[in-house]
Design a protein. Structure first.
Length: 186
């Protein structure tokens, strides 16, 4: 898969067309005053990207084109892309976005790990999920309940949820309802 963008950084690059629904949405929401200033009729990049990546009427390929044009996408935008590719059932590209975030020193958050682990589940790649776990451990996110819930859920499919749950308790991370449901369903 070719990986390039305008800044010379690398991002996954699927081909595709723009989203006419997004254009219609911005047209419908623009006032008469805004119609005289076409450059101001669009949703902010973060909202446009999230809509295209995640909405049922969205278009992940268009979202991909948007993120390539944004000089410094923030964590929310990257997470939206990972989630969007998971939703589109293209987990290999979702995982590529996670790796790009990590290698490109884009700030990660607990949700990043949850979405990356979901990609590994969909991709059926235990070794990649273990890599995500290792990165979470190195960056300290394995002590955040949201990331830990993602880990418990990931390991539940591999018959190791109770081990992960015990590590959670040993690490002074208080489980919540999501954790308990993941362990009980394993």
């Amino acid at each position: 898969m070719e990986l390039e963008n305008q800044r010379g950084n690398h991002t996954p690059n699927p081909s595709g067309h723009g989203n006419m629904f997004l254009h219609a949405l911005t047209e419908a929401n623009s006032s008469t005053h805004d119609r005289h200033r076409p450059h101001q009729r669009h949703l902010p990049p973060q909202q446009s990207l999230a809509f295209c990546a995640l909405a049922d009427a969205g278009d992940i390929r268009y979202a991909h084109r948007l993120i390539r044009r944004i000089p410094e996408p923030n964590t929310f935008m990257w997470n939206s892309m990972i989630r969007g590719y998971n939703k589109a059932r293209i987990p290999s590209t979702a995982f590529s976005f996670f790796l790009h975030m990590f290698r490109g020193r884009v700030p990660l958050d607990a949700r990043t790990f949850v979405f990356a682990l979901k990609a590994c589940e969909l991709f059926s790649e235990a070794s990649q999920g273990e890599s995500v776990h290792s990165i979470a451990r190195k960056t300290g996110f394995d002590f955040e309940v949201l990331a830990r819930n993602g880990l418990v859920h990931f390991y539940a499919d591999r018959d190791a949820a109770t081990e992960m749950f015990n590590l959670m308790l040993d690490g002074d991370v208080e489980p919540n309802e999501v954790t308990l449901i993941a362990v009980l369903s394993a």
